[in-house]
Design a protein around this ligand. Structure first.
Ligand code: G16
Length: 543
């Protein structure tokens, strides 16, 4: 099979964002776009000669064709072996596990996460390192630098590899092993949570609805929840992955998982509801008439993790991204364990997990995970919740009420202003940044600013510094507003405004979040001049 060195030139717009490179699918399909980025990735990690890579994606449109290109490029670049999920499919946490299990040199994960899929929607690609986690900023910086100097890429010509058959194939000197995407992951879950206990819960009539949103978690959820844990058939809905996610938006939040929300707030709601996203790393938890914010879910899991076999010895510590609510901090304090605050991006948890400083971590963006892999893990979170429900015998709403009674409630919401003109979004952030040092003591509407700064992070493990990680304004009385620009959008800029209000008065723990957050929202909008600068009068999505 002939190997080709194809001449190319650098392509604009290949800077990795919060989680790899995300673009419109049509952009990824332009001549040389994918190939350039793959070659830059290989070059940026010091080449792949003799290395073993894990390859898989969430099955969105272009996944299959892109896997074939990556395999032919890995071959031409001298890789020894590629381990590929059958059909080119792997959930992000399963890919992370496989990299670790097989001691691979890294992996390429094809996904744009919770963004819609299809020829007119989104696609993405990221590199995960030998620890199974997303490449650190140092690595993505090197990859980006390579995209800017590329003059050729290497690719083997020839037929597509049949990815449907399990087993070993040869592509020139490179071995391709096709593995069952679910088996190793399911085996790992059995070592973490108490399967017999959860099985007994379902056998006792406990009811659940898991919305796989036509995405990658369907096969995992069918196998683990229905086949292994005995949940009745039909517990998993939308469980057949499709390239355009059933024309849906595979983002597990109350807006996009509306079918599940309606079910959970309707008559005859099941005891427990959950959903996960395009690539299976995000999760949403909802009880009967009780939506749990991702920040609260992290706090609840931290408080009760010791009920699952893997965490019986206690947690080393926990970590959350800066915009995530401080609910988990309060639980960590009561447990006497450390709590780390990192920038947004799962890659920032990797060093803390590798160093054994934290066991659980999570984010407001529907991500929770632990040291079992180096990605957030949607189904793992659902299983840990089930373990806790089985052990305590309590409902989701009772567990939440107990948590708030013990630690106070951090009312929380995120407002997203999508596809904002990038110049306007940047000028709003720039103008606010300049004012931050002068804000302490300022009275804005009903709120008084306690302090304000721009978040930067000093990694306690490797000493690396990450600047410019979001503007935070802390108000007296336990409220906080955070502004940052998303690093995962594919069109214009997305402004995220994160709102939080702590409440410890026992009489005010069941109020409507929008009422509790009104004052801090109004103050944040006034301070930022968001409407005047961007022309936006309302957010596109509120979660
Ligand atoms: C990725 C990152 C997360 C981050 C999220 C949103 O998740 O891994 O750490 O919280 O993006 O990032 P942003 O606010 O910059 O859009 P995923 O699930 O999209 O891979």
């Amino acid at each position: 099979m002939p190997m080709q060195n194809v001449r190319t030139t650098p392509i604009e717009g290949q800077k990795p964002g919060t989680s790899g490179l995300r673009k419109k699918t049509a952009v990824f399909r332009r001549p040389h776009f994918l190939e350039n980025y793959v070659q830059a990735t290989f070059d940026g990690i010091g080449g792949v000669e003799g290395k073993t890579l894990v390859i898989g994606g969430d099955g969105r449109f272009f996944n299959d064709a892109a896997v074939q290109i990556i395999l032919r490029m890995a071959c031409a670049n001298g890789a020894a072996k590629c381990i590929v999920g059958r059909g080119g499919l792997l959930s992000t946490p399963a890919a992370s596990h496989l990299i670790r299990l097989r001691k691979a040199d890294g992996g390429l994960i094809l996904s744009a996460s919770h963004n819609p899929g299809g020829p007119d929607a989104d696609f993405g690609l990221k590199f995960n390192g030998p620890n199974g986690g997303p490449a650190t900023e140092a690595v993505t910086d090197r990859i980006f630098a390579c995209t800017q100097t590329l003059t050729f890429y290497k690719i083997a010509a020839g037929e597509d590899v049949d990815l449907a058959q399990l087993g070993t194939h040869k592509l020139e000197g490179m071995t391709i092993e096709i593995v069952d995407p679910v088996a190793d992951y399911a085996a790992l879950m059995q070592t973490i949570v108490d399967f017999p206990k959860i099985k007994a819960l379902f056998a006792g009539g406990f009811t659940m609805c898991f919305d796989a949103m036509h995405a990658i978690t369907g096969p995992y959820a069918h196998t683990i929840l229905e086949d292994m844990l005995g949940a009745p058939k039909g517990t998993v809905i939308n469980g057949q992955p499709s390239p355009d996610f059933g024309k849906g938006h595979p983002d597990p939040n109350p807006i996009w998982a509306k079918t599940l929300m309606d079910k959970m707030y309707g008559a005859d709601a099941p005891d427990f509801g959950a959903a996960s996203d395009g690539d299976g790393d995000r999760n949403m938890i909802v009880g009967r008439g009780a939506y749990v914010t991702p920040s609260d879910s992290l706090a609840l899991l931290t408080a009760h993790a010791h009920l699952a076999p893997a965490y019986r010895g206690g947690l080393a510590g926990v970590a959350r991204s800066m915009p995530t609510s401080r609910a988990v901090d309060r639980v960590a304090t009561s447990l006497g364990i450390g709590c780390f605050e990192t920038p947004t991006g799962w890659k920032f948890f990797g060093n803390l997990l590798d160093a054994g400083k934290v066991t659980l971590c999570g984010e407001e963006s529907a991500g929770t995970g632990s040291d079992h892999v180096r990605e957030k893990d949607g189904l793992w979170a659902v299983l840990l919740w089930l373990n806790i429900l089985a052990e305590t015998g309590k409902s989701v709403s009772d567990l939440m009420a107990d948590l708030w009674a013990a630690h106070g409630r951090c009312y929380y919401s995120r407002l997203d202003y999508e596809d904002v003109d990038s110049d306007k979004a940047n000028s709003m952030i720039d103008a606010l940044r300049v004012r931050l040092p002068m804000l302490a003591g300022a009275r804005i509407g009903a709120m008084t600013v306690e302090n304000a700064d721009e978040f930067s992070y000093l990694d306690p493990v490797d000493g690396s510094k990450s600047m410019g990680q979001g503007l935070r304004i802390v108000f007296e009385g336990g409220a906080r507003a955070v502004f940052r620009l998303s690093g995962t959008g594919t069109q214009g800029a997305t402004i995220r405004l994160y709102l939080e209000q702590l409440e410890t008065d026992p009489a005010r723990l069941q109020d409507a979040p929008e009422d509790m957050l009104r004052n801090v929202r109004d103050a944040a909008l006034e301070l930022s001049d968001l409407t005047a600068i961007t022309g936006r009068t309302a957010p596109d999505v509120i979660t």
